[in-house]
Design a protein around this ligand. Structure first.
Ligand code: NAD
Length: 341
């Protein structure tokens, strides 16, 4: 008998979004994922039909399901639209951004990378409380930006990172900060993360690192790290650095998680240069689908999809073009389905 279905919002998105979303939905279905999708337009597709990149019916669906898989959304340049991704984070209080990276294709610069970055997603310098001061004739003579970190926000993301580490069999969490210079802003984050960590000492090794040293160490010896816990801005930068360790954004999934909702996506954008050609790599979004399965407790299904992907990449040697192969989006999806156990 079929198990219970789980309602989930599906946003095909813009550019390559509909192509990779279709491929991922097909693979998830073949793997037996229990999602009952509610499809909604977002981004440019929604502006054309509804005059808003985040129409109320899309937001209502996410509010109802608490779960979404999202194709990349194009934020129109000009026209007064705020980043749709930032709006979604704010709307649903998605305070945690989880970005795992893992070596999947042999022969890259590094082998055996398996790291997770947990980034605080709603505080810090990304609040973008910015303004200029006029001096003399120059209205932009001085630029000022205020970052805001709260003890409660630091404790919340730290608890999330430690719980994630414990639940996923990770051994070590490194708190990354710049408390030697930004003593209040990132000093408070460090203090909150260290204090919260005291309860986890028996389960996890917890250390800390200054962000610049961490960036160098990630390049020199990434294997010394396991889970990295950091603030919004540092997390944005370090997560792209970490994606570079495993071959780029094409294999980087992300989860945005809050108390009421969780939205899963690829880290890359809508790739307008290759949209409609059927050659986009669906892997990052598929890995985001695996994070979504884990989020709803379907760890075995996520594991079986990852194993099938590993088989396709390493043994069948089938890859999309940006990874040096010839496979189309559909051929890659069919190959993964064939290898699902
Ligand atoms: P991009 O990630 O879309 O593309 C950068 C390069 O990587 C391009 O050459 C593209 O062809 C390639 N690429 C990206 N994804 C690929 C895939 N799955 N398979 C094969 N090649 C892939 O970045 P961009 O060009 O800076 O941004 C394009 C649009 O996407 C912008 O409107 C931006 O705002 C939006 N964007 C959205 C998100 C999101 O929704 N989470 C994230 C980043 C950018």
């Amino acid at each position: 008998m079929a198990g219970k279905t789980i309602p989930a919002t599906l946003i095909p998105g813009d550019g390559i979004g509909p192509e990779i979303v279709a491929a991922v939905v097909e693979i998830l279905k073949a793997a037996g994922a229990p999602f009952a999708w509610e499809r909604h337009d977002g981004g440019m597709a929604a502006i054309e039909k509804h005059g808003d990149p985040l129409p109320p019916r899309l937001l209502a669906s996410i509010r109802r399901t608490g779960l979404a898989l999202k194709g990349p959304l194009t934020t129109p340049v000009g026209g007064g639209y705020r980043s749709v991704n930032v709006r979604l984070r704010e709307e649903f209080g998605l305070f945690a951004n989880v970005r795992p990276v893992r070596s999947m294709v042999a022969g890259g610069r590094y082998e055996d990378i398996d790291l997770v970055l947990v980034r605080e997603n709603v505080e810090g310098l990304y609040l973008a409380w910015e303004h200029y001061l006029k001096v003399g004739d120059d209205p932009h003579a001085v630029a000022i930006s205020s970052g805001v970190n709260t003890r409660a926000g630091g404790e919340r993301i730290a608890r999330f990172a430690y719980d994630y580490a414990v639940e996923n069999g990770r051994k070590k969490v490194t708190i990354v900060h710049k408390a030697n210079v930004l003593k209040a802003l990132t000093g408070l984050f460090l203090e909150a993360a260290r204090d919260t960590g005291k309860k986890y000492r028996r389960k996890l090794e917890i250390d800390d690192r200054i962000v610049d040293a961490c960036a160098m160490q990630l390049v020199l010896n990434p294997w010394q790290f396991d889970v990295i816990l950091t603030t919004n801005l540092f997390g944005d930068i370090l997560s792209d650095l970490m994606a570079g360790l495993v071959g780029g954004l094409g294999m980087a999934p992300g989860a945005n998680i809050g108390d009421q909702a969780a939205i899963f996506e690829a880290v890359h954008g809508s790739a307008p240069d290759i949209a409609g050609k059927g050659i986009a790599n669906p892997l990052a979004l598929l890995l985001a689908g695996c994070l979504m399965l884990e989020h709803v407790g379907k760890k075995a299904l996520a594991k079986s999809i990852r194993a099938a992907v590993d088989h396709v990449l390493r043994i069948d040697n089938l890859r999309t073009r940006e990874l040096g192969g010839k496979a189309t989006t559909k051929e890659f999806a069919r190959a993964v389905i064939k290898r699902l156990k």
